[in-house]
Design a protein around this ligand. Structure first.
Ligand code: XIL
Length: 358
């Protein structure tokens, strides 16, 4: 570089330094001016990641949906497109397109991806359900599904639900093709295989019903503690928390606190609060129901926020607006389980989530 070039270079650097000092020296009018405004989105207001399961068709086609996903959430989970049926339609066929575009979307908008799910008794491709082979062939298939999937997303997703819903409601091991073909220790091997394929991904055991009562919850906690004590690479526990407005507060508090007692990271991974558990065909979403729902959201967020920061992996709601939720379709009746209404307007539950961390 010539002398003249160095002088020009220094002058530009000096100007840039002065400019940035000038910017920094503009003081906010008050301390509260440093807080993001309440309407800046939950992703800026909550002190832990806040996520949604997203429907990739809606993300592509519906602008209102896309806008709210960008504004409100710092973490995304694929509602369906990372399940085996979607990713692995033939023994030697993989379909990454929808999942990859979700990953690109998240990268573009500075959002984390929590990937869901590797091993589950549902959402299996038909070829797998009819697969014929001895134990070794099943083990190869199992390992290949896990490692091909995890390797594909290596470095792009933060975490995986490795095994989903392996415990039945009565606390027994859930009957599944995996249990039948591979025996109960398939769970530990799934974690080991996933870790081999992406040593930096955080690995979760995910299940529902922690808040139902002690029986199923204790079996789940014993399972994850057993994995942890055997040095199987498990980093977190996912509580789906598909719950309802009638659930007692104590059940929610106990569920969250006992999950944290494992020392693992805690993810409330599929939160929704159904308000029509009696399946009333013509029920209306009254102000009283909206308030009851808000109170439950507030309690869940407050309890979660009281966990040690390092254990707060995040809270993910299962989709975004009431019209997108799987709950009405599942039970064939109206329901309003999410913090946004069908027009993506915030409900009282939204305000309650913000207030819960104040
Ligand atoms: C559900 C989806 O929301 C539906 O669209 C799909 O038809 C079935 O699966 N537990 C889980 C989720 O772990 O993957 C399920 O998602 C809801 C229950």
């Amino acid at each position: 570089m010539s002398c003249r070039n160095i002088t020009v270079h220094l002058a530009i650097t000096l100007l840039l330094v002065l400019f940035s000092c000038g910017k920094n020296s503009v003081k906010p009018a008050s301390a509260s001016a440093q807080q993001p405004p309440a309407n800046s989105g939950l992703r800026n207001v909550l002190p832990f990641p806040f996520g949604a399961a997203v429907n990739t068709d809606l993300l592509e086609k519906n602008k209102a949906y896309r806008d709210v996903v960008v504004k409100e959430y710092s973490s995304l989970t694929a509602e369906n497109v990372m399940k085996p049926k979607a990713l692995h339609p033939g023994e030697n066929t993989w379909n990454w397109a929808a999942a990859d575009s979700l990953v690109s979307f998240a990268v573009k908008h500075g959002q984390r991806i929590h990937a869901h799910t590797l091993i589950w008794h549902k959402s299996l491709p038909p070829w797998l359900e009819t697969f014929q082979g001895d134990t070794q062939a099943w083990e190869r298939l199992f390992k290949d599904h896990i490692q091909t999937t995890v390797s594909h997303f290596r470095g792009k997703v933060a975490s995986w639900d490795v095994v989903n819903e392996a415990i039945a409601d009565d606390g027994s091991m859930r009957k599944s093709i995996w249990l039948e073909k591979l025996g109960p220790d398939y769970i530990a091997r799934a974690f080991t295989y996933a870790h081999e394929a992406d040593p930096s991904a955080l690995l979760f055991y995910n299940d529902y019903g922690h808040e139902y009562g002690t029986s199923k919850r204790e079996v789940i906690l014993k399972l994850v503690m057993d994995l942890k004590n055997r040095n199987i690479p498990i980093h977190g526990i996912g509580m789906q928390m598909h719950t309802r407005g009638t659930i007692p507060d104590k059940n929610l508090i106990d569920a969250i606190q006992t999950a944290a007692s494992t020392g693992l990271k805690v993810h409330i991974s599929e939160l929704d609060i159904a308000m029509n558990p009696e399946n009333v065909k013509d029920l209306e979403f009254t102000g009283a129901l909206a308030d009851l729902q808000a109170q439950k959201y507030r309690l869940i967020v407050k309890t979660f926020n009281s966990l040690p920061a390092a254990q707060r992996f995040g809270i993910t709601t299962w989709n975004v607006g009431d019209a997108d939720s799987w709950i009405p379709g599942k039970y064939g009746k109206p329901d309003w389980p999410l913090p946004f209404d069908k027009n993506y307007q915030p409900k009282p539950a939204y305000r309650a989530i913000v207030e819960a961390v104040k």
